[in-house]
Design a protein around this ligand. Structure first.
Ligand SMILES: C[S@@+](CC[C@H](N)C(=O)[O-])C[C@H]1O[C@@H](n2cnc3c(N)ncnc32)[C@H](O)[C@@H]1O
Length: 372
């Protein structure tokens, strides 16, 4: 192992790390802050032009630095912002989102990532742990298969803690609301959970998608409705619909909805949750041709990789009067917004929410309308 290197830390970059230079080489350093002088351990000096490193000692701290709530915060691959004051975390996320939009899509965004009630700890309702050889609950280190055992008090951002010992060795343990799954098999709790959002219940599979912050579904449903301003009798597509959250809130406003979702069990739950909707199982990119050729409204909530140009083209071809794009990755959002702009749509609103406190992750909802 090489000796720690001393770094003067530059601005934040997308992905939970800061940019520094060492002997002319770019180093992406985690657990640091802009303006700090740190000693860092190089974690990846592989073949690429840049190195990766973890700050292990702070020589000159930033005023935004705070004591992490969790003793494994600097080693665990989960939280990358625990050392940052929560208000400063949001400012960092705002800077990253603005930078990605400017650089990848030429969009100038002057908004700010908003705080969501609930505080920075104890919010995460869905957790995936590993267990080590001794059956202790652990998290993976960043970009590594190495396991970091949890402290006795458990994970600081988890909504619910479970015993940290006594699990099968080398297993994957998922905590989903009240349910616990070990290697994908339900150990405790119901197979289907009932979540509350937008003033009504939703059936969600213990191993299916639902937002991890308890306020997320409400916050995002409200932002989508605001962005689309639906009217009874209109037609809407809900792409990457999960269990039908957005389709459901639109259907309640008298909108006709079609949804697409790749997980067949999840589609069945969407049909149950939104009986008035029509739901198709399949990948959006392959299924769009089976949907209405015209739609007044479209909501897209793709996974981290984004929707991609082909899907954006298919959306635009339907000439929706408003599109709501829900994004969990600022780079994918920027690339897809770039496609919309090229294809004749304007970005008329963009709200971003801190639905993942203590981590670098961001959630945003964009509103797009046809230019003419
Ligand atoms: C970010 S989640 C959104 C779910 C839903 N809108 C919600 O808020 O609960 C993305 C969903 O898209 C599904 N998915 C992933 N890739 C897909 C694809 N290529 N086509 C259709 N669905 C996909 C996932 O199974 C997941 O349910």
């Amino acid at each position: 192992m090489t000796a720690p290197i001393e770094l003067t830390v530059g601005p934040i970059a997308h992905g939970g790390h800061w940019v520094a230079r060492h002997d002319g080489r770019v180093v992406f350093v985690r657990h640091a802050l802009a303006g700090e002088r740190v000693l860092a351990r190089v974690t990846d000096a592989g073949k690429s032009r840049f190195w990766r490193a973890d700050a292990i000692e702070v020589l000159e701290p930033s005023p935004d630095r705070v004591e992490p709530a969790c003793p494994i915060a600097g080693r665990c691959g989960g939280c990358d912002f625990q050392h940052v004051d929560p208000a400063a975390q949001r400012a960092l996320k705002t800077a990253v989102l603005a930078e990605q939009l400017q650089r990848l899509a030429g969009i100038t965004w002057t908004g700010a990532v908003r705080e969501v009630p609930g505080g920075p700890l104890g919010w995460r309702t869905r957790m995936r742990y590993r267990t080590d050889e001794q059956g202790r609950l652990a998290m993976r280190a960043h970009r590594s298969h190495d396991l970091v055992p949890l402290p006795e008090q458990g994970c600081a951002i988890a909504a619910r803690t479970i015993p940290t010992q006594g699990w099968p060795a080398g297993a994957e343990v998922d905590v989903v609301g009240r349910a616990v799954l070990v290697d994908g098999h339900l150990r405790k709790g119901p197979e289907t959970l009932t979540e509350e959002a937008a003033g009504r219940p939703w059936q969600v599979a213990a191993d299916g998608f639902w937002q991890v912050h308890p306020r997320a579904a409400d916050v995002l449903a409200e932002a989508v409705v605001d962005a689309l301003d639906p009217e009874a009798g209109e037609r809407a597509l809900d792409l990457y619909c999960g269990v039908g959250l957005f389709a459901g809130v639109l259907a309640e406003r008298g909108v006709e909805v079609q949804g697409v979702e790749s997980n067949p069990a999840t589609v069945a739950l969407a049909a149950h949750n939104v009986p008035a909707g029509e739901f198709l199982a399949g990948r959006v990119e392959r299924t769009m041709s089976r949907l209405w050729r015209r739609a007044d409204l479209v909501v897209l909530d793709p996974p981290r990789a984004g929707a991609g140009r082909a899907v954006v083209e298919q959306v635009v071809r339907r000439r929706p009067r408003a599109v709501a794009y829900v994004a969990c990755d600022p780079a994918a959002l920027a690339r897809d917004l770039g496609h919309f702009l090229e294809l004749g749509y304007d970005l008329t609103g963009l709200r971003a929410f801190d639905l993942f406190p203590m981590t670098h992750h961001i959630e945003a909802v964009a509103q797009l309308v046809p230019r003419d």
